[in-house]
Every structure is written in structure tokens, then in C-alpha cells.
Design a protein around this ligand. Structure first.
Ligand SMILES: [Zn+2]
Length: 233
């Protein structure tokens, strides 16, 4: 889900949901004061089921979509200057441009109302407050990147033949740090150059840390055995 208008949170509001308006006792949706010609975006994959000119709402679009909280909903966008045709639209597609058409407007704005299942003008309870409908989006966590970080457990052999064990998310960078910068460890900076003799990938930090702790407790001979075994594979 995305907002149907850019800069959603900063747009000035006119009549809000449930307020008395110049034409009704209860406003069915919310009014967003935007200049004529502002793009109205599909908040999600949707289908324009009605697109036409009506005396009161002017150029109007009804977009149907399925919401995870409310099920099937109809979003009505009114007073448009122009609008897209009936049909299916992808999230982010332009459904129309805002305007100032129809009798029920006194200045350029976008009226949005949202109905559960179907539009029933006389049943106020069937409408959802657009502010509420879209405000839930703010609480949604940012989509997680598909690229999962891997953690590497590594063993370095230092110049004095002692071993150093650590974990990192970037093996190449970390070895360079151990050899060339202050970002390496105190232990290795006194024993340069170091070279990688063992590494193993983990899907998360905690399992890499557990293995690191286990290896750090091993005797040197046991560590050497581990390194030797890994080289045979
Ligand atoms: Zn309105």
C-alpha cells in the first residue's frame, strides 16, 4: 500500500471524515487540498470499476482493491480533472489528475472516500475514514532487503604463527583492516602480516558468535586440526 498523493502527511486537509459540510451532515471521506493536475496514484494493485462524470462528484473514479485489514474496498476519487479508463492498474499507476469538477466542490481538491465491499451512500458506517485507512501504513516496517547478510567466522594465522579468531560480515574488508589499519584488533596489529587460514559462513550473527566462542576455547592443536580438515574438503 502507498499513499494516493505525494507528500501525503504534509497536504492540507479540507473537510474530514464525519464532519458537517456545506452539502451534507456527514462528510463520507476526506478532502485533500492540492492544485489541479496533481497525480493520483493507485495505492495498491487495483481495478477501476467506474470512471465517469457525475453531476455532484464531477469526474469520478471508483478503484476496487483488496486490503489485508478490511477485505474488498472501493476507493472513490472525486472532482478530478481527468481520469484513467476502467481496467486493472498496478500499484503506483496514475488513476487520474486532481481538479475541481462537480457541484460539491468549492475549490481544487481531491475527495477520497472508502467503502467496504460496495458504495452505499446512505450507510455512513460502511465508510472507512481515509486518514485511518492510510495512517496504518506509517506503522508498517520498511520492507526487508532480500539480500541477507552473511556472517563469517574466520581464523587468521599471524606472523608469529599464533592464531586469531573473529567474526565479520565482510571477510575481505576485515582482513585488510587487520593488516593495514587501526580498525583491526590490537592483537593482530602487533603480529602483522596475518593471513586467512579458515572461514565458515553463517546465516545469522548469533550462530557465528557461538562458534567463535567455541573455537576460542579450543587448544591450538585442536584449532590446527579444524583448519587442516577444512583444507581437505
Ligand atoms: Zn469531500
Amino acid at each position: 500500500m502507498r499513499y494516493p498523493l505525494k507528500n501525503w502527511n504534509r497536504i492540507k486537509r479540507g473537510y474530514r471524515f464525519g464532519e458537517k459540510t456545506f452539502y451534507s451532515a456527514r462528510h463520507l471521506g476526506a478532502d485533500y487540498i492540492v492544485p489541479e493536475g496533481t497525480a493520483v496514484y493507485a495505492p495498491d494493485d487495483c481495478e477501476i470499476v467506474v470512471a465517469g462524470n457525475f453531476p455532484e462528484g464531477g469526474n469520478t473514479v471508483h478503484a476496487a482493491l483488496v486490503d489485508s485489514r478490511y477485505g474488498k474496498v472501493i476507493l472513490r476519487f472525486m472532482h478530478l480533472k481527468s481520469f484513467s479508463k476502467v481496467g486493472r492498474y498496478k500499484k503506483g499507476a496514475i488513476l487520474g489528475l486532481t481538479g475541481n469538477t462537480g457541484k460539491l466542490t468549492k475549490g481544487p481538491h481531491l475527495h477520497i472516500d472508502i467503502s467496504r465491499g460496495k458504495v452505499a451512500i446512505k450507510n455512513f458506517k460502511n465508510f472507512i475514514d481515509p486518514e485511518k485507512f492510510f495512517s496504518k501504513m506509517r506503522a508498517q516496517p520498511a520492507p526487508k532487503s532480500n539480500i541477507k547478510k552473511l556472517y563469517y567466522l574466520y581464523i587468521l594465522e599471524c606472523a608469529d604463527k599464533t592464531l586469531y579468531t573473529g567474526i565479520t560480515t565482510d571477510l575481505g574488508r576485515r582482513i585488510a583492516e587487520h593488516n593495514d589499519s587501526k580498525l583491526g584488533s590490537k592483537y593482530t596489529s602487533a603480529r602483522r602480516p596475518v593471513r586467512l587460514v579458515y572461514s565458515r559462513k553463517f546465516k545469522d550473527q548469533s550462530s557465528a558468535s557461538r562458534e567463535e566462542a567455541r573455537i576460542k576455547k579450543l587448544k591450538k592443536s585442536e584449532k590446527m586440526e579444524l583448519i587442516k580438515k577444512s583444507k581437505k574438503i
